[in-house]
Design a protein around this ligand. Structure first.
Ligand code: KIV
Ligand code: NA
Length: 283
């Protein structure tokens, strides 16, 4: 299969064709994403929440992210691979960001990275990473790595001044060399305005239909977080395309019942034979 490159993405954007993106964190999910024809695969730091069970994205480490990146990269032959720079991997400054981004590429096998935040200092780090030869995706609006200063997960850009700040940040990130920008949880009108202002694709999540593309979290869109006693609410903006969690639960419950009931394994699942003469010596 032909690999999606920045050039492929740019051409899609120029033709006005929506770009699809989804997260994946391991080999099987990456295989599925790739097979579905999705343009970009994000190894997101959302893995901290949907795979590691943390309440925020903050605890995931660079080494943990790299392990997920490596596994996902082995499964994806076609999609453009974006590694999410975890909290603590860019903040110290441009040099720090460059060093971390290089690890994402060399060790993680990524095609590019995503860096959260639109502060001026962050745009400087983005520029340094781009200059180092790494494709960077920006991320503004709701930025979950800033939960400590934000005071919680809340939609962003709901006032004119905040909306103008998001537009300003997005433009600064474009100027810093980003190839695309994620807009998370902003009003559709604001996302559409940012999209009009920019000459690079915007990828929305909870940002309405006026962006250049869409991204969702794998577990949310598949309905995997519906464990009976640990159900996580699916975000309001996420369309649940399946109820995979329920399918998994049903299968595991059936397996358990089979084992405790003595129904598994039956003769059909006992494939290994010993010759009769050999067996006789055991008796
Ligand atoms: O980590 C993640 O899944 C993300 C997407 C929500 C864009 O950053
Ligand atoms: Na993220």
């Amino acid at each position: 299969p032909k690999r999606v490159t920045l050039r492929t993405l740019r051409e899609k954007y120029k033709r006005g064709e929506p770009i699809s993106m989804v997260t994946a964190y391991d080999y099987p999910s990456a295989v599925h994403v790739d097979e579905a024809g999705i343009d970009m695969l994000l190894v997101g730091d959302s893995v901290a929440m949907v795979v590691h069970g943390h309440d925020t994205t903050l605890p995931i480490t660079m080494d943990e992210m790299l392990s997920h990146c490596k596994a996902a990269a082995r499964g994806a032959q076609r999609a453009f691979l974006v590694g999410d720079m975890p909290f603590g991997s860019v903040e110290v400054g441009p040099e720090h960001a460059v060093r971390s981004a290089i690890r994402m590429m060399k060790e993680g096998g990524m095609d590019g990275v995503k860096i959260e935040g639109g502060f001026t200092s962050r745009a400087r780090s983005v520029a340094a990473v781009v200059e180092a030869g790494v494709a960077v995706m920006g991320h503004v609006g709701l930025t979950p790595q800033s939960i400590s200063v934000l005071g919680g997960f809340r939609p962003a850009a709901q006032s004119a001044s905040e909306a103008l700040r998001v537009i300003r940040e997005a433009k600064a990130l474009e100027a810093a060399g980003c190839f695309a920008i994620v807009l998370e949880c902003v009003p559709a009108l604001v996302a559409a305005a940012v999209t009009r202002e920019l000459g690079i694709p915007t990828i929305g999540i909870g940002a309405g239909g006026g962006t250049s593309g869409q991204v969702l979290v794998y577990h949310d869109l598949l309905g995997m977080m519906q464990h009976p006693h640990h159900a996580k609410v699916t975000p309001k903006f996420c369309k649940q395309y399946s109820s995979v969690g329920a399918v998994i639960q049903e299968a595991l419950t059936a397996y358990h019942a089979d084992v405790v009931g003595g129904h598994f394994p039956s003769e059909a699942f006992s494939p290994y034979k010993i010759a009769r003469e050999e067996a006789q010596q055991l008796l």
